[in-house]
Design a protein around this ligand. Structure first.
Ligand code: GAP
Length: 473
């Protein structure tokens, strides 16, 4: 059964994962809040990432920087000049779009004939519209009579122009250019800026890496697809410093580690993932190699995360702007160099959406469909739900809840019939339910019910924690 985005959105809202809050004021478009189960799920993904990439690696450390940095950071990193998307307006409807995304849709429609047709008609030499000059993007939009995706009619397209994605705000009491600061559009830059401090205080030797989790802000032209692309989001980024010349092999290692995390830690289905290396003409100006890890979302294959070899571009850019030496003296080889950097980066919210989409399961059960989230117990927001069969044994059931809550994220529920409660917990992705009835309880037992198989097993209360601990591995 094909899962649509609307199914995922509906379940997320109905089951307290993600909300459109500030609804009393008509909601702020494309901003989402995480409810009780969404918050826990997001936290679990983040903690597993930290465990995998910081705790289990002896060459990694975790740091946390501020959102507002000195504006010179963004001048040095080129974000002020270069961090933009091609914006195009339809004069008929006054709507704004990303020209490169509309052109990607066009290429998909032209399918096998796309390169031939676009090459011979417009002299473009690749199928990556993002890399075409703005005039070329305008020419193809107009020449191909590209339709406005909302009205379905041919657009009356303006010239495509650069639109900077950084959010500006003001520091101090004046609102002029001297007080302008930017909300960080990525967490990465601060790691470069503070590289000398990190080196000095941590006394690390290259190779080593710095990980950071935090909010980033981008004034996206076309946010959408629920939480896939939003203006406020969280990133989990790593900057791994290595010796020049060792960058490509380090890039290959990180690529494998990142995929391993998705498949073996988060238990995403391998067939829904693919690695796509950037072609030479798609590579960013600073990169030696970049790989997108793409996921098959209900709306198609899209970038989930990326692993980029950023060379020494960022450190050299900050050296030039700050006039500070950021080179490293390698005591082993007795040489001085500016390190190269490998950057594995992923959006936490996008990964959250991926985890839900991947776990969303619909099965036929007694001529009815059964919907549940087949979440790995490691990521499931609630690990165990404790439920008395009838309210009057609530006091006994609460004792079991207390015993389990010492160790696992649990919830207690005594409302509705057992069947309805199971259905609700299955949709929240809870791997185990512990049911208490008086006859079993008198013998010192409870019933454990498994989400995926719906099988049940009688377990002694004295062994319950140990039993569940083993099952969660
Ligand atoms: N430091 C490199 C960097 O920021 P990026 O490809 O622009 O590279 C990295 O972003 C990751 O952040 C993406 O792979 C995606 O998972 C996430 N991301 C980027 N923009 C996003 C947005 N507007 N909403 C949600 N996630 C986003």
């Amino acid at each position: 059964m094909k899962v649509e985005m609307k199914d995922i959105v509906e379940l997320s809202k109905a089951r307290w994962f993600v909300y459109a809050w500030s609804e009393i004021y008509g909601w702020l478009a494309n901003s989402w809040d995480y409810g009780p189960y969404g918050s826990l799920l997001k936290e679990n993904i983040k903690n597993l990432w930290i465990k995998e990439f910081v705790q289990k690696k002896d060459d990694m450390m975790l740091l946390d920087s501020s959102i507002l940095l000195n504006p010179k950071v963004w001048v040095a990193s080129w974000h002020v000049w270069w961090f933009s998307d091609p914006l195009i307006d339809d004069k008929n409807t006054n709507e704004r779009f990303r020209a490169d995304k509309l052109l990607e849709d066009l290429i998909e429609k032209l399918w096998n004939n796309a390169l031939n047709h676009l090459q011979s008609t417009y002299w473009v030499n690749n199928l990556v519209p993002e890399s075409w000059p703005l005039e070329k993007q305008t020419e193809v939009m107009r020449g191909e009579k590209v339709k406005n995706p909302n009205s379905g009619k041919e657009g009356n397209w303006t010239e495509a122009k650069k639109f900077n994605l950084m959010f500006k705000t003001f520091q101090w009491v004046t609102e002029d250019s001297t007080a302008t600061v930017y909300m960080r559009p990525e967490t990465a830059q601060w790691i470069f800026v503070d590289f000398p401090n990190v080196l000095r205080t941590s006394r690390r030797k290259i190779p080593f890496g710095v990980a950071q989790v935090g909010k980033a802000f981008r004034n996206e032209i076309t946010p959408g697809n629920f939480i896939f692309r939003t203006r406020e989001f969280e990133q989990m980024e790593i900057e791994y410093f290595c010796e020049p010349g060792k960058d490509l092999e380090t890039h290959a290692t990180w690529k494998a580690d990142c995929k391993n995390f998705l498949v073996n830690t988060l238990s995403l289905k391998e067939e829904n993932l693919r690695l796509r290396d950037h072609e030479a003409d798609e590579l960013s100006h600073y990169s030696n190699a970049t790989t997108d890890i793409e996921y098959k979302f209900p709306f198609g294959w899209w970038e989930l995360r990326w692993v980029a070899d950023r060379t020494d571009f960022d450190l050299k850019a900050h050296m030039s702007e700050s006039k500070q030496d950021m080179s490293y003296f390698d005591p082993v080889n007795n040489k001085k160099y500016v390190p190269y950097v490998i950057e594995p980066s992923v959006g936490l919210n996008r990964l959250f959406l991926t985890v839900i989409a991947d776990a969303y399961t619909v099965e036929w059960e007694w001529e009815e469909t059964r919907t549940y989230l087949k979440l790995d117990p490691k990521v499931a927001p609630i690990k165990v739900w404790v439920l008395p069969v009838v309210k009057k044994i609530g006091e006994d059931a609460k004792k079991v809840y207390k015993q389990l809550a010492e160790e696992f994220m649990c919830e207690y529920d005594e409302v509705w019939t057992i069947g309805k409660r199971y259905a609700r917990f299955d949709e929240i992705g809870t791997p185990f339910c512990v049911t208490i009835d008086s006859s079993n309880f008198e013998l010192g037992n409870v019933t454990v019910r498994f989400r995926d198989s719906m099988e049940q097993e009688i377990v002694a209360i004295s062994e319950l924690n140990e039993f569940l601990r083993k099952k969660m591995k």
